[in-house]
Design a protein around this ligand. Structure first.
Ligand code: TMP
Length: 396
């Protein structure tokens, strides 16, 4: 049974940055109720209202993995690890985005799968074999007829965006060699709950995985976890290493049982934990709004840094518009001169001078706090301060 624990109200599609500000309507299906539930049987956390992927992932998808040094560094390190540990003859990435990971591999070693045509074009142009398709059984069969099998399949922050997880894993096992490896990484629900980062929920994030839920889910497909790594990316993620159950050549590391027991101790198997999280989110909202109000009452100039999909959830849930945040700065070219969905706040192409005369910066990309603080030493030196809601609303 799926039990509701969080209601973030009506929310626009997070990555649909507006060309000009327009009030969105529920009737025209521009706003969707964002409610989140916990399946007491499978332990999976999911959105109730699932938006068709074709609406969300199209030819204008603005998010590019290469925009952050943290991500490109993480992918570079991972590529070395994959080569040393698994030495794949053929490597497939589901959701290859702009090629931030695959650029570390030889062109004849890699298959990219990317449904957003603007992103698929980038890896195609660089000479990587790219399927501009959604990940499903049709595509898996098509790849199989050309390449037969694949030794390592990798996917970061993508499988949780796909509604039909049954088809996702069937399509993977269809293509994976008998001793093949599947590696997936996604935000960890344990970290989300610890950091009270409820902005991990937006329409694209249909599921938020825990090791508990992944273990149960993949067992249905005769797959099992053999290693788990903790990552700092996306506010705290887990990288799951998965093999076929009947592959006895690979030992199961104790990282798996450790993570599962940490999650059980934290109460991730019990609905009450989720219910408490829902209550804490309401308090977090009130506290954040109070901070903004107090600063605005003192006529402080506040801007946003990182026009993230996560920030979209916060702005719409907390009802924060341009009466509070003057503008957002962001390095992503496809976001600049656009407006935050649902809120009349302009996004400006990042340049240092946009931080002049600013008193406070709301960290939309709080997950890149260290990278941003390093970059903005001067702002901090000049007594500039940051506002964050993670792990609780505060001024840093
Ligand atoms: P994400 O949190 O969804 O990965 O998005 C991060 C956003 O923040 C992305 O739009 C790029 C932006 N960004 C900056 O504008 N400047 C920075 O220094 C960093 C690290 C990210």
């Amino acid at each position: 049974m799926i039990k509701k624990f969080l209601d973030l109200g009506y929310q626009p599609l997070a990555n649909k940055y507006l060309k000009s500000y327009k009030k969105l309507s529920i009737k025209k299906k521009e706003l969707y109720r964002l409610t989140v539930g916990f399946d007491t049987k499978t332990k999976l956390v999911s959105l109730f209202n699932k938006i068709p992927d074709k609406i969300m992932f199209d030819g204008n998808y603005p998010y590019k993995s290469s925009m952050s040094k943290t991500m490109t560094d993480s992918f570079r390190k991972l590529s070395v690890k994959i080569k040393n540990r698994f030495n794949p003859k053929l490597f497939l990435e589901i959701g290859s985005n702009d090629g931030a990971l695959i650029k570390n591999f030889n062109k004849n070693q890699v298959i990219c799968v990317e449904p957003c045509s603007n992103l698929a074009k980038i890896t195609k142009r660089k000479g990587y074999f790219t399927y501009n398709n959604y990940w499903d059984l049709n595509l898996s069969n098509k790849i199989k007829s050309k390449f037969n099998t694949v030794d390592v399949i990798y996917s970061a922050n993508t499988l949780t965006h796909i509604n039909d997880l049954n088809q996702v894993f069937k399509s993977i096992t269809n293509l994976l060699t008998q001793d093949g490896i599947l590696i997936i990484e996604d935000p960890s629900f344990l970290e989300c709950i610890k950091k009270l980062s409820y902005d991990q929920f937006y329409n694209e994030h249909i599921y938020i995985f825990s090791a508990l839920s992944v273990k149960k889910l993949i067992n249905e497909f005769d797959l099992e976890l053999f290693d788990i790594e903790k990552l700092d990316t996306h506010g705290g993620s887990l990288r799951y290493y998965i093999k076929r159950i009947n592959n006895n050549k690979i030992k199961i590391k104790d990282t798996v049982s450790k993570q599962i027991s940490t999650e059980l101790k934290f109460g991730l198997a019990n609905f009450l934990t989720y219910k408490k999280f829902g209550i804490s989110v309401k308090k977090s909202k009130n506290d954040l709004v109070k901070i903004f109000k107090r600063l605005k009452d003192k006529n402080k100039k506040i801007i946003g840094y990182g026009a993230t999909a996560k920030a979209c959830t916060i702005l719409n849930y907390c009802n924060i518009g341009n009466e509070i945040i003057d503008y957002f700065v962001d390095t992503t070219p496809d976001k600049s001169n656009r407006f935050m969905p649902g809120k009349n706040i302009k996004i400006k192409k990042y340049k240092k001078t946009l931080l002049n005369n600013v008193d406070y910066i709301y960290l939309g990309a709080w997950n890149f706090k260290n990278e941003i603080f390093k970059k903005e030493r001067q702002f901090i030196k000049n007594n500039g301060r940051f506002i964050t809601h993670v792990p609780k609303p505060k001024i840093i």
